[in-house]
Write a protein that binds this ligand. Structure first.
Ligand code: NAD
Length: 289
């Protein structure tokens, strides 16, 4: 485990004295959550794989990305512990969280955010692609929850947030593994909400629409959206991306997902558990319930 612990000024803000564990925290939405929770007083523990995966056709985060998130958290005056590890490895996740508790004192908030998106038809998807997607997006969320649960139960306080997707509440062709994994995050989190209800711990899901991160802005997705073009650009795909939403916007910014994270971690949300918050420019208006 690589550690970067800064000793900043006394924490201020609604999360002062709390420690937030964020998986997939090197960049994108995870980085946005880390910096905002730090701004509001939390110390931060980041874990990210920081290496590509065989069946994921866009680059994942790098060690430099992780170092940059650490720098941004420390710039907020908070402590930050960071490790390069894979959420698919339960022993590594338990070891990481135990080290975080030893170093920072507790593990109060979990944002189970690490995820990958893969495309593949049911007619030709192979076992490796299926299992990489489901293992990262679903088993990885389980591993993170399993790692923090004993600490939260002991402290009788905790906030667990699983990051699903509008594709965890609906479906599209050519992303069966992603859809299945994101539907799974909702079932898993609701079950955990039951188990933790007597321990002062809430467990909820955020289901984002399109979010402007590297998971969205890459050739794989651009070509899916515009198969009629050889090299589609951001402008070429914006119109198609907007059709996935109801409001006429192609994508949201990461800080819009962070706003829901902050709310679910707040004292005001203490009696919200087992819920799904859709932050998806109205895509959920198409869902049945
Ligand atoms: N971007 C979108 O349009 C969108 C929409 C809905 C939901 N989501 C979900 O939001 C979450 C965050 O994604 P993002 O948009 O910030 O994309 P991103 O690709 O920028 O971030 C994902 C992070 O997870 C890390 N990661 C991937 N596999 C890992 C593993 N096995 N172990 C540890 N870390 C791993 C990556 O290195 C990366 O830093 C994901 O769960 C994603 O499925 C994204």
């Amino acid at each position: 485990m690589s550690e970067h612990a800064g000793s900043g000024p006394e924490a201020e803000g609604q999360f002062a004295g709390r420690v937030a564990v964020i998986t997939g925290g090197a960049r994108g939405q995870g980085r946005s959550h880390a910096v905002e929770l730090a701004r509001q007083g939390a110390d931060i523990a980041l874990v990210d794989r920081c290496a590509d995966l065989a069946t994921v056709t866009y680059p994942l985060a790098t060690p430099a990305d992780l170092a940059e998130t650490v720098r941004l958290v420390e710039a907020e005056g908070r402590r930050c512990v960071a490790a390069t590890a894979d959420v698919r490895d339960l022993d590594a996740m338990i070891g990481f969280v135990d080290d975080v508790v030893a170093e920072l004192g507790s593990a109060d908030i979990l944002i189970a955010n690490a995820g990958v998106s893969t495309l593949g038809s049911i007619f030709d998807m192979d076992a490796e692609q299926w299992s990489e997607t489901v293992d990262v997006n679903l088993t990885g969320v389980f591993n993170a929850m399993r790692s923090v649960a004993p600490h939260m139960k002991r402290n009788r306080w905790g906030r667990i947030i699983g990051i699903s997707s509008m594709m965890g509440r609906s479906a599209n062709p050519l992303i069966p593994a992603y859809c299945a994994s994101k539907w799974g995050v909702i079932g898993l989190t609701k079950s955990v909400a039951h188990e933790m209800a007597h321990s002062g711990v809430t467990a909820n899901v955020i289901a984002p629409g399109n979010v402007s991160t590297d998971m969205l802005h890459n050739d794989m997705l651009y070509r899916l959206m515009r198969p009629d073009l050889e090299s589609p650009t951001k402008d070429d795909v914006a119109g198609v991306m907007a059709t996935l939403h109801v409001q006429p916007v192609p994508w949201l910014e990461a800080d819009e997902i962070t706003a829901a994270v902050v709310f679910l971690c707040s004292q005001g949300a203490r009696h919200i558990t087992g819920s799904v918050i859709d932050v998806d420019a109205g895509a959920s208006a198409r869902f049945t319930a």
